[in-house]
Design a protein around this ligand. Structure first.
Ligand code: GLU
Length: 426
């Protein structure tokens, strides 16, 4: 089978992502072997395991861990809990992790995991049993020097604590200190890093601070809309509020709300924590999905799931810039419409790399049995992100290409450099 010739399903997320990887490889004139290696993940692990529910029934669970590439270091990437998850989605997210880590020059490759489960449909006890059994099913497919999971959609610090505890208990006695760094995004009192919970939102704000002046937008006067009010969306909103930006419209699984005067990100976060969604928040009025997309703003931030901005949504958008906080939220067809309308897109592998970067800081702290100050974490994160943002911007300017093409190119060039030095085993 020739990995480079896909049947061509324009709606398939994996094909869309690999098509952009291959187009960027063409643009850079990269060698054929690199294109071949990157077109498929190295390993795709799929596990099924039974778990007993609180009422005594047994449920069979399905889990994935896809390891895309490890030329730059151990595999790294989150684990999501979502009922609708599919293998191609996990493969795509693993590719994006390889690119994200390469773009940030982190000593990691890329991976992603998923469990086909709706975390909201289970008690905390059930989630703990499911999580422990998942980690035991993955066995030696993860490890602090081999593959390091982290939170993603539907998982959090508590779930990471159960993962680490299970892995530590499965480890040899003499490896138990090191075993803690098998996952990142842990709670602060159990090996987590200050600043990790807000890290993805914080990273996005640092990217915007670095690049918005080039686009003539000031964060102090920026009006924006947001899809998703989970970890990434709500932290982005809280940090943007501190900069003076105005949240005019927000949409999540419960529906959409707007307020042209702006909404309090903190009060909205409290409301969502209590009610499970944004609809009903007294500081905004309910609006249709169409009206949400049409809201006139400077910045539009998708911070939920993949493929949310297709051509239909792109036609409605009334903004100057889309900053992708979620992974792969814009489809290629959606992006073509945005480009025709003159709307710039800041790509996810740059915008949301704050999460994995602070995961790297957590892993380093664990290995040295240290805890850094939050200001130190923020400072290091800002330095690394603004450097990456400048690298991407400089490439886009000098090669007259989109920021997405530039971000992929800067990442692929780094991988090519490593392959050229290491050679291909044996
Ligand atoms: N799940 C996050 C992402 O997609 C974080 C991954 C990590 O920290 O390893 O970037």
């Amino acid at each position: 089978m020739n990995e480079l010739h896909y049947p061509g399903d324009p709606d398939n997320l994996y094909e869309q992502t690999i098509a952009e990887v291959l187009a960027t490889a063409d643009f850079l004139n990269l060698p054929e072997h690199l294109r071949l290696i990157l077109a498929q993940p190295k390993n795709e692990v799929m596990v099924h395991f039974p778990v007993q529910m609180d009422d005594g029934r047994w449920q069979l669970m399905k889990g994935y861990r896809v390891q895309h590439n490890n030329v730059a270091g151990p595999y790294k990437g989150g684990i999501r809990y979502h009922a609708g998850v599919k293998l191609d989605e996990v493969k795509t997210l693993a590719v994006l992790m390889t690119l994200k880590c390469a773009l940030m020059r982190l000593p990691y490759g890329g991976a992603k995991g998923a469990l086909k489960v709706d975390p909201r449909a289970h008690s905390s006890e059930e989630l703990m049993r499911i999580t422990r059994r998942f980690i035991s099913a993955l066995g030696n497919n993860i490890g602090p020097d081999y593959d390091i999971p982290a939170p993603d959609v539907g998982t959090n610090a508590q779930i990471m604590a159960w993962m680490a505890d299970t892995y530590i208990n499965m480890s040899e006695m003499h490896n138990r200190v090191e075993a803690k760094s098998v996952v990142t995004g842990k709670p602060l009192s159990f090996g987590g890093s200050p600043g990790r919970e807000k890290a993805t939102g914080q990273g996005l704000v640092f990217v915007l601070e670095t690049l918005l002046p080039n686009l003539g937008i000031e964060l102090t006067e920026c009006r924006y809309s947001l899809i998703g009010y989970g970890n990434v969306g709500s932290w982005t909103a809280r940090l943007l509020q501190d900069r003076g930006s105005k949240l005019q419209a927000v949409m999540d699984h419960s529906g959409a709300i707007r307020n042209p005067e702006g909404m309090s990100a903190r009060k909205l976060a409290e409301y969502v924590a209590e009610h499970g969604g944004v609809v009903g928040y007294p500081g905004g009025e309910a609006c249709s999905e169409e009206a949400f997309y049409q809201e006139e703003v400077d910045l539009f931030i998708p911070a939920a799931l993949e493929q949310m901005i297709g051509p239909e949504q792109a036609k409605l958008l009334n903004c100057k810039l889309v900053a992708e906080a979620a992974n792969a939220p814009t489809t290629p067809a959606g992006e073509r419409v945005l480009t025709e309308k003159g709307i710039e897109v800041l790509p996810a592998i740059l915008c949301n790399c704050g999460g994995v970067t602070v995961s790297y800081f957590e892993w380093k702290q664990n290995r040295q049995s240290e805890t850094w100050e939050e200001t130190e974490v923020d400072h290091k994160l800002q330095a690394m992100i603004s450097e990456a943002a400048h690298r991407v911007h400089a490439f886009a300017e000098s090669h007259h290409c989109s920021m997405r093409r530039a971000a992929f190119a800067v990442a692929l060039q780094h991988l090519q450099d490593i392959y050229a030095l290491r050679g291909i085993f044996p």
